[in-house]
Design a protein around this ligand. Structure first.
Ligand SMILES: [Zn+2]
Length: 261
């Protein structure tokens, strides 16, 4: 399955979200996309998303709009309404310029506070399921406001986006956590939840950091319910789950052993 590798490269791009502002999900579409690619843009409207392409075949935009509709329903089921503009530029360079990002090598998509930007070459390398996971992950970031300027821990922001992304994907835990599983089998367990440094571009255990974050959120959803996981977003472990972060880390290490050991 090519999903995990391809997707993992994508996720490093989400670091662009660190300063993303919270966004009300049900509002009107942002208006400042009108000036994009004047005379050369193709617009496809999904249920609550707008796909705008530049030099991209209509069928690919239609396909993306369908994925955005499915992703939107997944996000809405767990979190709440989300509207997003999804931009599908002609080249990676165009995408990087739109995102205001320096380097986007190896990524397939990234999100800003109100839009998802597809990186054509990375997106093309993803499997069908991988594309759905990526679009759902990015739309989740748009809906939640990602880290809300650093106020939400990255393990929560990335773990929650992956939780929603993988929830209905039908991919085995060991497949999603392909990099973390061998470590756990060797008896190497993380001693703390992953922090910003673990999610930095080029971090040596970047893939594992995403997998650890995902499994922390999955554990919370299984044990306390999805509603508790949602409440925890922007809150703290103690008041939401009634246990200390140390206890959560202990439970999470047991969970890793059970799921991957
Ligand atoms: Zn992300």
């Amino acid at each position: 399955m090519s999903v995990p590798k391809g997707r993992r490269a994508v996720l490093t791009g989400m670091l662009a979200l660190i300063s993303a502002a919270p966004l009300a999900g049900g509002g009107p579409f942002p208006q400042d996309t009108r000036g994009l690619w004047p005379g050369a843009a193709t617009v496809v409207r999904g249920e609550r998303s707008l796909v705008i392409g530049h030099g991209v075949p209509y069928g690919s935009l239609r396909d993306l709009a369908s994925r955005a509709d499915r992703a939107r329903r997944s996000v809405e089921e767990i979190w709440g309404p989300v509207r997003a503009v999804i931009l599908f530029p002609a080249t990676d360079a165009e995408a990087a310029a739109l995102a205001g990002a320096g380097g986007t090598g190896g990524l397939a998509a990234l999100a800003t506070s109100d839009r998802v930007i597809v990186l054509p070459s990375g997106y093309a390398r993803l499997s069908e399921v991988g594309r759905d996971v990526v679009i759902t992950h990015e739309l989740t970031h748009v809906a939640t406001g990602a880290t809300r300027g650093g106020r939400v821990p990255m393990w929560m922001s990335e773990g929650f986006a992956d939780y929603v992304g993988y929830r209905d994907a039908g991919i085995a835990v060991r497949t999603v956590a392909a990099e973390l599983a061998p470590e756990v089998r060797d008896g190497i367990l993380p001693s703390r939840l992953p922090g910003p440094g673990d999610f930095a571009p080029g971090a040596p255990r970047l893939a594992q950091a995403y997998e650890e974050a995902w499994l922390a959120c999955r554990l919370i959803a299984e044990r306390y319910g999805e509603k508790a996981l949602v409440r925890l977003y922007g809150s703290d472990v103690g008041s939401t789950l009634g246990l200390s972060e140390t206890s959560l880390v202990g439970a999470w290490r047991d969970y890793l052993r059970r799921e991957l050991g």
